[in-house]
Design a protein around this ligand. Structure first.
Ligand SMILES: Cc1cc2nc3c(=O)[nH]c(=O)nc-3n(C[C@H](O)[C@H](O)[C@H](O)COP(=O)(O)OP(=O)(O)OC[C@H]3O[C@@H](n4cnc5c(N)ncnc54)[C@H](O)[C@@H]3O)c2cc1C
Length: 467
């Protein structure tokens, strides 16, 4: 083992490797606390050249690598699968913004740049990068690409993949692939960056990314609407989408239970609405016009929207608007504190969403325990985190059995309605069985063949996506 450490130290520099188990703890454990296998060490490469040398050394010595960004994966993709067999390569020291190109509206960054840092930097330059996740303060560009992150603005701007123009990466045998042309129109053979987006560190390690950027919207318009049932919120969303179409950046569905969870866990001190309603949607429009003029348009059109709306809050200050979005951002953290939770990341065609919810709720009500449903998320993309809170089951095996039975039922139902069992979080360690179940054998074979080309010795994130 010392030989390995010494060689890695020689390549990466003594300061850029951790080997003490207590220092490794936070890198070994996933965000949810589901996985906690020991790694051999964590290495922090400073640049592509060093990373390439590390990968060649690992390739020659059959050492498994776990690529890691901000370690916010919700599927156990960014932590070891096996005990004492893997090294983690953490990208936090490759975090530079290399070039902003205002002519072509692109930015070139290193993959360990934290998403919020990029957004804040661009904001000062009157530019905008739209990907927006509750984990934006910790997650990194490389991780966002490797998971094809979605988040609350995918409705208008697409997912991460839609905002990547080029990448530089190192494959599993140390080959450097650099595709950083600024040309958006560039049909020159297979689009390798698209294959690597959402490959969860199993095909290569992204070292640089060329991203699409946008002029900063001159203003935003947020409104928070209450509904008496799910169907009204879906019908109303469709009206709002059709009326404002390309202005509509976010439409986030929230059940009243979210308020209970946030109030109980001190993420909120007061309900936003005077009267409680079962469902709410927070909307945000991007404006490239005067907000006051826009407010008049909104008021003029309100009669079209009025039919389903039970109550509406239009924030009167930036502070109030920020409070509403902070509430949305805090939901994942607050809900995690509820203990025995079952999380889903599904997408369902909009016209099947209501029937899916009622069928699932009816099935879950037959399980002899109190299960609280906490579905929330990106209504605009049909992507709902169909989450639930179980009572505190002491025995871990019983909890896992119930959780797995619920997954099986929900995923089968989702598939039967033409949805996806994994909309934006990926497969990681947690959804490998589902991938095998719902993808065709031909698709799985093709994916495994692609993996063999990029990573001939299976040293990159072994045990993620497939066994
Ligand atoms: C509170 C919270 C809210 C979230 N909300 C959303 C959401 O709305 N939408 C959404 O899509 N996701 C969401 N996520 C999931 C997660 O934040 C995203 O998937 C994020 O994109 C992961 O980035 P990361 O830097 O933390 O990557 P990590 O968690 O470190 O890694 C994720 C995957 O990417 C690989 N990887 C990391 N860096 C590289 C690299 N440089 N090259 C190759 N592979 C790499 C890892 O091996 C792993 O497979 C949320 C997570 C949390 C904790």
């Amino acid at each position: 083992m010392n030989k390995i450490f010494n060689q890695l130290m020689l390549i990466a520099g003594e300061k850029n490797i951790l080997t003490e188990q207590k220092e490794l703890a936070k890198y070994n454990q996933d965000w949810r606390g589901f996985y906690n296998n020991k790694s051999l060490c964590v290495v922090f490469p400073l640049n592509t050249k060093i990373l390439k040398e590390i990968v060649i050394f690992c390739f020659e010595n059959n050492i498994i690598i776990v690529p890691q960004g901000g370690n916010t994966s919700l599927t156990g993709a960014s932590v070891p699968t096996y005990q004492n067999k893997e090294i983690i390569i953490n990208f936090s020291k490759m975090n530079k913004i290399i070039e902003i190109d205002k002519h072509n509206l692109t930015v070139l960054v290193e993959s360990g740049l934290i998403l919020d840092k990029l957004k804040e930097y661009l904001d000062k330059e009157d530019l905008y990068f739209p990907i927006n996740l509750s984990s934006s303060g910790s997650c990194m560009i490389g991780g966002n690409i490797a998971t094809n992150a979605g988040g609350i603005n995918a409705l208008k701007y697409g997912t991460m993949k839609d905002n990547v123009i080029g990448i530089e990466m190192i494959t599993g045998n140390g080959t450097l692939l650099s595709s950083l042309s600024k040309m958006k129109k560039n049909n020159t053979g297979y689009d390798l960056k698209s294959i690597v987006s959402s490959s969860e560190g199993t095909l290569g390690m992204i070292t640089k990314a060329l991203l699409k950027i946008y002029p900063k919207p001159s203003d935003n318009f947020t409104f928070f609407v209450a509904y008496e049932n799910l169907n009204s919120s879906i019908e109303s969303f469709k009206q709002i989408r059709n009326l404002f179409y390309d202005k509509l950046e976010s439409a986030e569905l929230i059940p009243n239970y979210s308020f209970e969870v946030c109030l109980k866990n001190n993420f909120l001190n007061k309900h936003f609405f005077k009267t409680k309603h079962p469902w709410y949607v927070i909307y945000r429009l991007n404006l490239y016009e005067n907000k006051l003029n826009f407010e008049n348009t909104f008021e003029k059109n309100y009669h079209i929207l009025d039919k389903f709306i039970k109550d509406i809050i239009i924030p009167s200050s930036i502070e109030q608007e920020n409070k509403i979005w902070k509430f949305r951002d805090d939901l994942v953290e607050a809900y995690k504190m509820e203990g025995k939770i079952v999380t889903n990341d599904i997408s369902i065609p909009l016209d099947k969403m209501d029937i899916f919810f009622s069928t699932a709720a009816s099935h879950l009500s037959k399980i002899p325990m109190e299960i609280k449903l906490h579905p929330f998320g990106h209504l605009g993309d049909n992507n709902i985190h169909f989450n639930m809170v179980l009572p505190n089951i002491e025995d871990l095996n019983s909890y896992r059995k119930i959780r797995d039975d619920i997954y099986l039922y929900i995923n089968d139902l989702v598939e039967s309605y033409g949805g996806s069992f994994s909309a934006e979080h990926g497969i990681g360690q947690i959804k490998k069985d589902s991938l095998l179940k719902y993808k065709s054998a031909n698709e799985i074979d093709m994916m495994k063949n692609i993996k063999k080309i990029f990573d001939p010795k299976t040293i990159l994130n072994k045990g993620k996506i497939f066994n």
